[in-house]
Write a new protein. Structure first.
Length: 94
């Protein structure tokens, strides 16, 4: 049986996603429980105006060190980028 220390130790799955439009890649990772709660809370608060894809991409896209590539302040700007690129990242994150 798994013990408490093992269970609480962060072990988020990550993956490398190639973006053909940039001929480069980024990483995506699972959300933490806290990040998922924030994501869902925003969705409930903002209702139909909530930008689901951009919020998820902002939370889960990282650099090689696992640091978020985008901040919450970038979410509206992400909405101006290619929908196809956002779809690639969104699909990889799910």
């Amino acid at each position: 049986m798994i013990n408490r220390e093992t269970f609480l130790k962060p072990s988020l799955k990550t993956g490398k996603v190639f973006l053909a439009d940039f001929n480069d890649f980024v990483f995506v990772r699972e959300l933490t429980g806290t990040e998922r709660n924030t994501f869902e809370k925003r969705m409930l608060e903002e209702g139909q105006s909530y930008d689901y894809r951009c919020n998820l991409v902002a939370l889960a896209t990282t650099d090689v060190k696992g640091q978020r590539l985008f901040t919450d302040a970038d979410i509206k700007e992400l909405g101006k980028t290619s929908g196809a690129i956002l779809d690639v990242l969104f699909t990889a994150i799910q």
